[in-house]
Design a protein. Structure first.
Length: 130
C-alpha cells in the first residue's frame, strides 16, 4: 500500500494501478464533486490523471496503516498539494479502507471522516460473519 501511494504521488499511475484486481472497486470520498466508484484499473488510472490536472504538485502519504480485519487494512493518509494556477497550498487527512483478495487490492473505499471509514470496516466485518 505504501508503494502504491508513492507511485500515485509520483504520477506513475501505470505502476500504481498495475497490481489492482481487474474487477477492482475504487470509491471516491462522497464529499468530492462527482464522486463515484471506479470499476477497473483503467478507470482508476483515468481518475488520477484527471485529478492531477488541477494540481501543480501533490502527494499522498500514509501516516498509519493497520490490518483491521483479515485482508482488510485501514490507512490514515495525508494529502498535500499546490493548486494549478492559483499556487494555493492545501492539506487534508483522509481514510482509506483496502480490501484484498488473493493478495491484491479488490476494493478501496476512501473517506473524509474517520467514523465513516470505521463504519465501512464494521459493515465488512458483519458481512464476513454471515
Amino acid at each position: 500500500m505504501r508503494r502504491q501511494f508513492a507511485d500515485f504521488s509520483r504520477g506513475d499511475f501505470d505502476a500504481a494501478t498495475a497490481i489492482l484486481d481487474p474487477e477492482v472497486e475504487w470509491a471516491d470520498p462522497a464529499e468530492l464533486p462527482g464522486s463515484t466508484t471506479h470499476r477497473t484499473p483503467a478507470e482508476v488510472k483515468r481518475w488520477f490523471e484527471t485529478f492531477s490536472e488541477a494540481w501543480e504538485s501533490w502527494r499522498m502519504e500514509p501516516e498509519a496503516i493497520a490490518e483491521v480485519l483479515p485482508h482488510t487494512y485501514l490507512a490514515t493518509v495525508r494529502f498535500t498539494g499546490r493548486g494549478q494556477g492559483s499556487g494555493v497550498e492545501g492539506e487534508v487527512l483522509f481514510w482509506s479502507v483496502w480490501h484484498f483478495r488473493n493478495g491484491v487490492p479488490r476494493k478501496v473505499q476512501n473517506f473524509m471522516d474517520p467514523g465513516d471509514a470505521k463504519r465501512a470496516v464494521a459493515i465488512t466485518s458483519s458481512a464476513n460473519e454471515r
